[in-house]
Design a protein around this ligand. Structure first.
Ligand code: PRX
Length: 681
């Protein structure tokens, strides 16, 4: 496994970071918090597992109560709240209407600052979801269990489409809007979607982006792989106007505005789903070139997203909550759509980039809407700090709680977040979790534990993490050694399986530390998260980064193999390796090493083609920072590319590690020479 390690080495990070001082939540915060009684840890101890999680499920409205809290009879396919029935859209909408139909669900904020914000109430969201659900059932011919791919930017139509699917028991698969048409096609094919929901375009960084052109590519590429998309349903970014330069394809493309005319006032009964019926798929990167469809269930997932929103984000009915993530990632699913709506809170839904048109934008939004809970990533914090270190102080807003998620946050960046953005008033939770987990795993409970910059914290109530070394031995707290972070027990938010690939699910997450594949005892099935971590004496986990071929660029998860296979589509490239290089804004950024086919000489044109191909195949988020054309890549005797050495070179490591096991150690000096020119030039 070590030779596949692509991130900065544990050693580098450990040297870089020291133990930090604690910051205490204010007495005012503690007094008002949703959880401020330490008894919660006792209630959620392993002795009380799994019944402790009833509390989470009780936050929801069930059509039929569950019979068993956890059916663990077929590890590691855990079934939560079996026998229970509920509908996610009912829980996010209908149940709030009686008391708070006129409450704002979303304030939609267009990226263009002169465009007025739009407030969408729970009643209005309910109406739109019902009308769109009627359209999906009738015109779309969709029914429970079908899959639908949704490729949309940050507009209210996105949660509308998701909740309409949930209402009917249709499994939605939302693809991040920034992904390319080709990446969308791969997900359409794997989920066997016949319908694609998209939009004409949207604003990003001051530009109007034609989004519909990606749908054409997606449908065409999916067809090549044997999957027919029968209908493309297109929302209008500007109500009633289709503004893409890409024409509609007759008999395939339909404008939702026109279709909706037939469904005005329609109401659709929410389908009463079993707790374990799938709610959605979310594709994420792993160690192979093929993204995996992480499948989340209805009852367990929704319970977990809702409870963690309440207890860790400390959401209360009167808050104005803003999560700056994109709904196309898991953070947006759990903490912009399902968790906050199930709690009936008012949220901000912002279309654009945080620094547009300047680094004061988020703070103006916060001031104008009275945002009191703010949720973002280290990358956004770093870029807001770089562009406007003093901006937050110019605005009159007050956060009670702030969240960081998606990447390790450097203590120095954490302190700016705390002192300047939070004005020393807000509690910070550094929440560690993954697409596969449904909700937070490690974080401080905000009123019950001190914050420590750079460390996520202990497992949250009901989550019992442990660090194992490669031999399966537990790495004790305070040992100063890193290892693989695992979770000892199942929890309601854990994925159900990988869509169409249960073997990969077992292999990827459970095989490493399971000693008896026939064991029916959940204790024998620790969940392998795929991150390296260290555990300090105080029980706080510090996350060191991925242990597999996944890199984290600006909080976006990318598989190095996905980038490599894109590059290998170019005939002039013989071999390719992608590594993560430390980046002051994005945390890490991809660098590509290629060797060329015999007879091809390095050129700027080829470099450009490599970059363009990655952008077309995956999307601009995967754009490499550097492309290095080298005579040969370092390899083991068995022919494996040693990414660890390339990563050390890209990161200017003093010690690039042992090269004696290479079959071609002589190439290393030449590569170092080429890369060195960067710092000199
Ligand atoms: O490496 C960890 C990092 O992001 C990975 C999960 O990425 P994804 O599935 O896209 O979900 C991101 C948002 C939940 C993890 O394996 N990661 C996530 N949160 C943190 C983190 N690394 C350090 N600190 C965090 N708070």
């Amino acid at each position: 496994m070590a030779e596949e390690h692509v991130g900065p080495s544990e050693k580098q990070i450990a040297v870089h970071w020291r133990e930090e001082e604690y910051y205490q939540p204010s007495p005012g915060f503690v007094a008002q918090a949703n959880v401020n009684d330490p008894a919660v840890f006792e209630r959620f101890s392993l002795e009380n597992f799994p019944e402790c999680f009833r509390e989470y499920a009780e936050l929801l409205t069930w059509d039929k109560p569950w019979e068993q809290t956890l059916d663990a009879s077929n590890p590691p396919f855990w079934r939560w709240f079996t026998g229970g029935r509920l509908n996610a859209s009912y829980n996010c909408l209908d149940r709030h209407l009686k008391s708070s139909r006129n409450k704002v669900a979303y304030y939609f904020i267009p990226e263009k600052e002169d465009d007025p914000p739009v407030a969408v109430t729970y009643q209005e969201l309910f109406v739109r979801v019902n009308e769109f659900a009627a359209l999906l059932a009738d015109f779309g011919g969709l029914k429970q269990g079908d899959r639908v791919t949704i490729h949309m930017p940050m507009v209210v139509d996105l949660p509308v489409a998701m909740l309409a699917c949930a209402r009917l028991g249709i499994i939605h698969s939302v693809v991040f809007g920034g992904f390319s048409g080709k990446a969308c096609a791969d997900r359409i094919v794997d989920s066997a979607s016949h319908i694609l929901i998209t939009t004409d375009g949207y604003y990003r960084n001051g530009q109007w982006l034609n989004h519909k052109e990606k749908a054409d590519v997606a449908v065409e590429e999916a067809a090549k792989a044997g999957q027919t998309v029968e209908k493309v349903l297109i929302f209008d970014r500007h109500a009633g106007r289709y503004q893409s330069e890409t024409p509609l394809v007759a008999g395939r493309d339909y404008r939702i505005t026109e279709l909706l005319a037939s469904y005005r006032g329609a109401r659709v009964e929410p389908v009463s789903m079993l707790a374990e019926d799938p709610l959605f798929l979310m594709y994420t990167s792993g160690s192979t070139g093929k993204p995996k469809g992480v499948q989340h269930g209805t009852g367990g997932y929704l319970s977990y997203a809702t409870a963690t929103s309440k207890y860790i984000l400390d959401i209360k009915p009167d808050d104005v909550y803003w999560c700056m993530a994109d709904i196309g990632w898991i953070t947006g699913h759990s903490y912009i759509v399902y968790g906050p709506l199930a709690l009936g809170v008012s949220s901000i839904l912002y279309e654009g980039v945080p620094t547009y048109p300047d680094a004061g934008r988020p703070w103006r939004i916060a001031q104008r809407f009275g945002v009191d809970i703010f949720h973002t990533s280290p990358t956004a914090i770093r870029s807001l700090r770089m562009l406007g270190p003093d901006e937050p102080g110019r605005y009159d807003y007050h956060f009670r709680l702030m969240v960081t998620v998606g990447e390790p946050i450097e203590p120095d960046v954490w302190r700016w977040y705390y002192n300047v953005v939070g004005k020393r008033e807000a509690v910070i939770v550094d929440t560690w979790w993954q697409t596969e987990n449904g909700g937070f795993l490690c974080s401080t409970v905000p009123a019950l534990a001190a914050m420590k910059p750079g460390s996520a914290g202990p497992g949250i109530p009901g989550i019992h993490p442990v660090i194992f070394d490669d031999a399966g031995q537990e790495v004790p707290a305070g040992s100063g050694r890193g290892g693989n972070i695992c979770i000892r027990n199942p929890w309601p938010g854990i994925m159900q399986t990988i869509w169409n690939d249960p073997d990969r699910f077992v292999r990827t997450y459970y095989a490493k530390y399971n000693t008896d594949p026939n064991s029916k005892d959940w204790r024998d099935w620790p969940y392998l998260a795929g991150d390296g971590a260290m555990l300090a004496d105080d029980g706080y986990f510090r996350i060191l980064g991925r242990i597999d071929d996944v890199i984290n660029v600006a909080g976006h998860r990318l598989g190095t193999k996905e980038l490599e296979s894109a590059v290998l589509k170019i005939g002039d490239v013989a071999e390719a390796a992608v590594v993560a290089a430390v980046d002051t804004i994005k945390g890490t950024s991809p660098e590509v090493y290629v060797s060329l086919t015999p007879g091809i000489t390095p050129s700027e044109e080829l470099k450009r083609r490599i970059i363009d191909t990655i952008t077309q195949e995956i999307g601009p988020i995967a754009k490499p920072r550097m492309v290095w054309m080298v005579p040969d890549l370092p390899k083991t005797r068995s022919g494996k590319i040693m990414r660890r050495i390339l990563s050390a070179i890209s990161n200017n490591a003093e010690d690039i590690g042992d090269v004696t096991t290479l079959s071609n150690p002589e190439v290393v000096a030449g590569i170092q020479q080429i890369v060195k020119q960067r710092s000199e030039g």
